[in-house]
Design a protein around this ligand. Structure first.
Ligand code: ZN
Length: 300
């Protein structure tokens, strides 16, 4: 079975200045290769506030960390079809498109390095768009559109996790559909990072994709979650037309609390077992586990 996860902050953990060196990562090569199945893990270059002012920039540090992983035997892919059983297949992505420094040349450079997805913003306004934590108003800026157009030309997925509603709807313009790499259902947990029913329906109709986030505070308002709570969000999205448009977007190494049964990348098979237990048929389980994301990336 193909198992894809569209967001983890492992590269950030490797370069984060205040992370204790002995704290283990949620995503390791051992975890990804332990389970039977073909694993694909997106690894984001997360750009912290002022991260592009530092020298070397955090994007450069995370690129170096990615190169280090490759030397240790991780397998970089740019198409899901390149994923190999028994390998830690990793796809390079960006969280915070200020990494492009406002330049289409930099989009090209990142595309040439294998970046296949970019979240326009994290939680800081960056001249391209407005994050969801700031305001619902304020769509994609003219510079934002210049970057989005180039990303689309380079078949880079435009990721709307962290983006506000105005920017989200701007991106449903009939061009390549966007995706949300790590977001959940607002109706089940009222958090600004989650998507409303209308957003979900329109995203599914447009051919987009949502990776469901494992962060307990995005899953339940009391901040408590288990595997079944993650599945509640998946079932809800299926009812809104998401059967062919959803998957896993763990946010591993970016979250500081985990659902019971999903402590790290080695426990993702528990989610697959949970889907089966809930009565999802084999074909639907395979779609959610990885085939939907593969189809999305082929579509754009
Ligand atoms: Zn995030």
């Amino acid at each position: 079975m193909l198992i894809c996860d569209t967001h983890a902050d492992t590269l950030w953990n490797m370069v984060c200045p205040d992370r204790p060196a002995d704290l283990p990562c949620d995503v390791t090569r051992e975890f990804l290769t332990a389970c039977d199945g073909v694993r694909v893990q997106a690894l984001a270059m997360y750009i912290p506030p002022r991260g592009m002012e530092a020298s070397p920039t955090f994007a450069e540090r995370e690129l170096a960390a990615f190169e280090q992983l490759k030397r240790e035997g991780w397998h970089q892919i740019t198409e899901i079809s390149q994923a190999v059983r028994g390998e830690a297949n990793v796809m390079l992505t960006i969280e915070g498109c200020e990494a492009f420094k406002g330049s289409t040349d930099e989009v090209d450079r990142m595309a040439d390095l294998g970046v296949r997805m970019g979240a326009l913003t994290w939680n800081t306004p960056n001249g391209l768009c407005t994050p969801a934590c700031e305001s619902k108003e304020g769509g994609i800026t003219p510079l934002g559109w210049t970057i989005v157009r180039r990303m689309r030309e380079r078949r880079m997925a435009v990721d709307v996790s962290h983006l506000n509603e105005a920017g989200f709807y701007d991106l449903l313009d009939g061009g390549a559909p966007p995706m949300a790499s790590h977001s959940c259902v607002r109706s089940l947990c009222d958090h600004f990072r989650n998507l409303t029913d209308d957003q979900l329906k329109q995203l599914f109709r447009a051919g987009g994709f949502v990776g469901v986030n494992f962060c307990p505070s995005f899953l339940s308002e009391d901040g408590k979650a288990d595997v079944d709570r993650v599945i509640d969000h998946m079932a809800y999205m299926c009812d809104l037309g998401g059967e062919n448009h959803i998957g896993f977007g763990s946010d591993f190494d970016g979250i500081e609390d985990w659902p019971v049964g999903l402590r790290n990348a080695s426990e993702v098979p528990n989610l697959i077992e949970g889907l089966r237990r809930r009565g999802f048929g084999d074909a639907l389980v395979e779609k959610i586990a990885g085939l939907n994301f593969k189809a999305y990336m082929e579509r754009i």
